[in-house]
Design a protein around this ligand. Structure first.
Ligand SMILES: NC(=O)C1=CN([C@@H]2O[C@H](COP(=O)(O)OP(=O)(O)OC[C@H]3O[C@@H](n4cnc5c(N)ncnc54)[C@H](OP(=O)(O)O)[C@@H]3O)[C@@H](O)[C@H]2O)C=CC1
Ligand SMILES: O=C(O)CCCC(=O)O
Length: 492
């Protein structure tokens, strides 16, 4: 079935870019195909835009900035609130668009729409609360006032794994405080982004405030966003190497930068853990989005005393997971995004098995389902010399490492250049505090495998990134603090 005929509102399926309130093609008229990762079939096309169109979008955003920042917080809040309501009303259609282009199961896709919309709702509320400060004066006759002002045009570069929520998590706080945005979604998942623009327009977002540039050459669009002096802030989610390039380019004009990059999350199961809860949390963390999440558990450390029991229970639970096309009933695991992702997963499994790991379940491609399917896999006997210990697999493979002491596992868990998410299961209260404080990660899930929510600050340490998204801290990334010293306020 083609995508438009799955939708109650086919207008949401747009195959053009969105610049200055206009739906437009590429200057040169070129297009790029977008395929369904489950079937390999073409869904549609997008215009092949590049540097010139990006520059135009940036200039349009800059021209729209004054009008947008001069609205009151309440006026911006009302537009954002309307956008949130339209997203939720279109949840089924937005979910179907996402499943078609990204592959995740429909229920999970709809869950991401609610998650993405929650950032719009949250920041519509925060739009009214961009408070400043009054600092007690340091000398007679003076006053010190601190105000927060929008930083200016924001560039947002987002990945294919969360095609809706990575956009809203960046754009909603930017828009709330008065910044216009230019978005570059991943070329494999542009339609979720473009549908958001349809709804933003319906919500009353003024022309030029919300722009989307799409195309084949990520560097043509990305370089313009990262080097154009009008852009004052870049928000990026994606791989660590590209994040570093963007940071280096942004240095040329000293832009604010926030980066949400790769992870290598440890999941630690201590002997005193509730095993059923730990299995449930591991499945949620590891297999969400077929393992293609930067906060997915990548290395699962299990204490000696419960290793066998836990690995058997995990393998049994993984065996029950239904894999297939995300539109089919009961499917909880979709395809991987593309062939190179399957190659990487297979390489990690082969490397581990070659170094002594045992396949408890899965371990191979599912060719009869399609080219991009890999079976959900549990490996026992994983060791730190394996590739899977060092690199983010970004796929449905759960390697189980055995450990003996708390000290040993903390050392191993922190032995990585990444520092995004971490998880552990334990019930001893002293251990809970010790381990939570010792893990060098921006986020720690304790007896919990799902840590993502709009109310908490999402972000990493070390080479996993800079800055925090969501929560009351999320607007800080899009404002400048200005201090005003008022003198001459002494005696009349
Ligand atoms: N932290 C996270 O959540 C993510 C981590 N990853 C990790 O990265 C690996 C590779 O995934 P991949 O999609 O290639 O990630 P990338 O970092 O390449 O892609 C993320 C975003 O950056 C864009 N991009 C790519 N190259 C450039 C460039 N030179 N300048 C500006 N923007 C650029 C992409 O565009 P386009 O897609 O159009 O090429 C996309 O919009 C994954 O296997 C995973 O390990 C990937 C995605 C998200
Ligand atoms: O993987 C990512 O790129 C973002 C993580 C999704 C989330 O849980 O917010």
């Amino acid at each position: 079935m083609d995508l438009a005929s799955r939708l109650k509102d086919p207008e949401l399926f747009k195959q053009q870019g969105y610049i200055n309130g206009q739906w437009v093609g590429a200057d040169g008229g070129g297009t790029v195909d977008v395929d369904d990762p489950a079937t390999g079939k073409k869904i549609g096309t997008i215009p092949d835009m590049g540097e010139a169109e990006t520059r135009r979008a940036i200039e349009a955003a800059n021209a729209a900035w004054k009008g947008w920042r001069e609205k009151t917080g309440k006026e911006r809040a009302q537009i954002l609130r309307k956008w949130f309501e339209l997203m939720m009303a279109a949840q089924d259609d937005l979910g179907a668009i996402m499943t078609a282009e990204q592959g995740k199961p429909l229920a999970e896709a709809k869950g991401e729409i609610a998650y993405g919309a929650s950032f719009v709702e949250w920041f519509s509320e925060e739009a009214k609360r961009n408070y400043g400060d009054v600092i007690p004066n340091h000398a007679p006759g003076k006053r010190i006032v601190v105000i927060k002002q929008p930083v200016g045009v924001v560039g947002a570069i987002t990945p294919w794994n969360f095609p809706n929520s990575m956009i809203t998590r960046k754009c909603a706080p930017a828009l709330a405080v008065g910044c216009p945005v230019v978005i570059k979604p991943a070329k494999m998942t542009p339609y979720s982004a473009l549908a958001l623009a349809v709804l933003a327009e319906r919500a009353g977002m003024p022309a030029g405030v919300f722009n989307i540039v799409v195309g084949k050459s990520a560097s043509a669009i990305g370089n313009e966003l990262a080097t154009n002096p009008i852009v004052r802030k870049i928000g990026f989610t994606g791989s660590t190497p590209i994040g570093k390039q963007i940071m280096a380019m942004a240095a040329g004009t000293v832009k604010k930068v926030s980066l949400e990059l790769g992870g290598n999350a440890p999941m630690i199961i201590f002997d005193d853990a509730d095993i059923d809860a730990a299995v449930e949390g591991t499945i949620l963390s590891k297999f969400r989005n077929t393992g293609q999440t930067c906060v997915c558990a990548n290395r699962i450390f299990v204490q000696d005393g419960i290793y066998d029991k836990f690995s058997e229970a995990l393998a049994a639970a993984v065996n029950k997971m239904k894999q297939g096309n995300g539109f089919d009933d009961g499917v909880v695991l979709g395809p991987l995004i593309e062939g190179s992702a399957v190659d990487k997963v297979e390489e990690h499994v082969m490397d581990a098995v070659g170094k002594g790991a045992k396949v408890a379940t899965g371990g191979s491609r599912m060719k009869d389902m399609g080219a991009n399917f890999f079976a959900p896999t549990v490996l026992t006997g994983a060791t730190p010399d394996m590739q899977i210990f060092r690199e983010e697999t970004f796929g449905p493979v759960a390697p189980l490492f055995r450990f003996k002491t708390e000290e040993e596992v903390i050392r191993q868990a922190n032995d990585t250049e990444y520092g995004l998410a971490s998880y552990f299961y334990a019930r001893d209260l002293g251990r809970v505090w010790r381990v939570a404080e010792a893990l060098e990660y921006g986020m720690v899930g304790v007896n919990e495998g799902g840590i993502s929510t709009e109310v908490a600050p999402f972000g990493g340490m070390k080479e996993s990134g800079l800055g925090r998204e969501g929560s009351k801290y999320g607007t800080d990334e899009f404002t400048e603090i200005k201090y005003i010293l008022m003198g001459g306020l002494g005696a009349p």
